[in-house]
Design a protein around this ligand. Structure first.
Ligand code: MEV
Length: 317
């Protein structure tokens, strides 16, 4: 029996970093995906294969002793095996077309697809259970994650997310043309989140004010998304970029990209942790090819569409 699961990557439209501190975020799934295939084996080991390497680890190994690149998958497999009270291991194979360390949700999509695929070997995976397992697995390498990325990867579409109260789907009738510009400088999300935490500790009052401003911005962004008011969405993105600059997650290169793309589009901002990774911009359908061509002369640039479907699982015997 093979259990194969697919999960999409994501972009954060509004609210990255602030979401870790309790503010809302708007997150959407994109048409880049991870596929994870799992099978039971008749050994006492968990085998993991991905573009980052291969490992076979005894089920009895402690999660914290496992190399970080395999840890979330080992943690998931061990947990699901123990919950189902079986003694044998599983083989897990991960394939991805989401760039790593670019802020496009590669690690979360891997956790979601792995949670769905391994669970599928034992019972029908339900969305909320997969989200819970995936966030728990991601926390083995990134303890402060807000859970926004795993949640949207499991659900698809566009969601409003808050760490403590969960998610609401945002119903959108139109397609949006989003451009992604990859700085090709990978970032370490955990490190950038810790840096913002330090900023918050050093600037309590202004950080609290910014969280309130971000929340107001999100209210405005939700209604402009629903009204397909591209001008206002773009302005909100540029305002969000200013907040991200204030908390120190931008840099000269990202600012340079934002300024160049902004001239050609409704608005642009960093997406995800920042300090590298990608910039996103909102454009019109009729302009998207010329923007990609122009910015693409200097940076890897492509369009993404919003993926309406979240994780999907297929079991074959
Ligand atoms: C990373 O994609 C988004 C952050 O807000 C972290 C998180 O929400 O877990 C920086």
């Amino acid at each position: 029996m093979t259990s194969k699961a697919i999960a999409p990557g994501k972009i954060i439209l509004f609210g990255e970093h602030f979401v870790v501190h309790g503010t809302r975020a708007i997150v959407c799934a994109i048409d880049k995906r991870v596929t994870v295939s799992s099978e039971k084996n008749d050994t006492a080991g968990i085998s993991i294969t991905s573009s980052l390497g291969n490992a076979t680890i005894p089920i009895t190994e402690k999660v914290n002793n496992v190399d970080k690149k395999f840890r979330p998958f080992f943690h998931l497999a061990k947990k699901i095996i123990n919950q189902n009270d079986v003694k044998n291991g599983v083989n897990i194979e991960i394939e991805s077309d989401i760039p790593i360390g670019a802020g496009l949700g590669s690690s979360s999509a891997c956790c979601v697809a792995a949670a769905a695929s391994i669970s599928g070997l034992f019972s029908k995976p339900e969305n909320d259970k997969v989200i819970e397992l995936a966030i728990d697995a991601e926390r083995t390498i990134f303890p402060k994650t807000s859970g926004a990325d795993c949640t949207v990867s499991a659900l698809g579409g566009i969601i409003e997310y808050q760490k403590d109260s969960g998610y609401n789907a945002i119903q959108i009738e139109h397609d949006f043309n989003l451009i992604v510009v990859n700085s090709q400088n990978p970032h370490n999300t955990d490190m950038v989140v810790n840096r913002v935490n330090q900023y918050k500790n050093d600037n309590e009052e202004s950080f609290t004010d910014m969280c309130k401003e971000e929340d107001n911005l999100i209210t405005k962004a939700i209604s402009s998304l629903q009204n397909f008011d591209l001008q206002t969405i773009g302005k909100c993105m540029s305002q969000n970029q200013i907040f991200l600059e204030r908390i120190g997650v931008s840099n000269d290169q990202l600012l340079d990209i934002v300024k160049s793309v902004e001239k050609e589009t409704f608005g642009a901002k960093i997406t995800g942790a920042g300090d590298g990774g990608c910039v996103i911009a909102l454009t019109e359908n009729s302009k998207k090819d010329s923007v990609v061509e122009k910015i693409g002369a200097e940076y890897e640039t492509y369009t993404v569409t919003i993926e309406k479907t979240g994780m999907q699982v297929n079991i074959t015997n």
